[in-house]
Design a protein around this ligand. Sequence first.
Ligand code: UDP
Length: 311
Amino acid sequence: MTKRVLITGGAGFIGSHLCRYFLEKGYNVIALDNFITGKKENIKSLLNHKQFTFIKHDITKPIKFKDRINYILHFASPASPIDYLQYPIQTLKVGALGTYICLGVALSHKARMLLASTSEVYGDPLVHPQPESYWGHVNPIGPRGVYDEAKRYAEAITMAYQRYHKVDTRIVRIFNTYGERMRLNDGRAVPNFIYQALHNKAITVYGKGDQTRSFCYVSDLVEGIYSLLLSNIKTPVNIGNPFEMSILEFAKKIKEMTSSKSRIIFKDLPLDDPKIRKPDISLAKKKLNWKPVVSFETGLTRTIDWFRNSI
Ligand code: UDP
């Protein structure tokens, strides 16, 4: 029997990559999205695929499915700092109520549910790199709190359903990811810098640019998620690329790779912006036999080409 996978946030950046990946592997895919940050464009080419179904739905509202669902991937959520500043309540609701609804579907269908969590659960970390055992350093009432705490709650309710209702669950903690179909105006460093560089506009580095991030190419992330889904690891697993660099170095790299004439300018650092971030991926390496394989140059070249063609 062909397995059926439900992907919430299926029209989003990562969600739309997951839809394609599961279709290529022969699964039936049902994608849900309410389009607050997802885009129809991202799934347009899948709509005629006979194993693909799209339902426009807000996952904070109950939904029932006739056909048996085998796997649920809960990826719906605003996910960039400007998105969760613009949609704070929706961000909290999709992490809390959305996860609750998904777990209810998992319980009634005896489906395995994978929650998309985030490196933001570690907040502005005091431990570096961040292993899964670190409990984090989060400001619950700051501007990022709506996302961080929604995902922390989502992890808590997922573990509660696993322990109390015996729902089969997985949790992936996703670190900064980039690639094709990122939203141009999502405000993140990758689309901002590439857009600015391609238009020879000033590249806006926040703060001094000495804060660090570690960027993972989307196909590596998707492989990691798939391995985790099929594994028996029931506690959170970091998936990301430990290749760390400062944001200023990152801006310079994009300027160089696009042969841009842009100046680099410095703007105020947003409140609670994490100073350092790098995943400890020992667990994924050991238990999933997974590690990222796409180099920074290769991933960035593909991403820049995609932006060049879609701007
Ligand atoms: N950033 C920046 N200029 C921009 C956008 C982002 O310097 O135009 C910085 C941001 O302050 C953060 C890092 O780049 O330190 C990564 O930001 P992003 O929004 O991509 O993701 P985050 O890791 O903060 O969720």
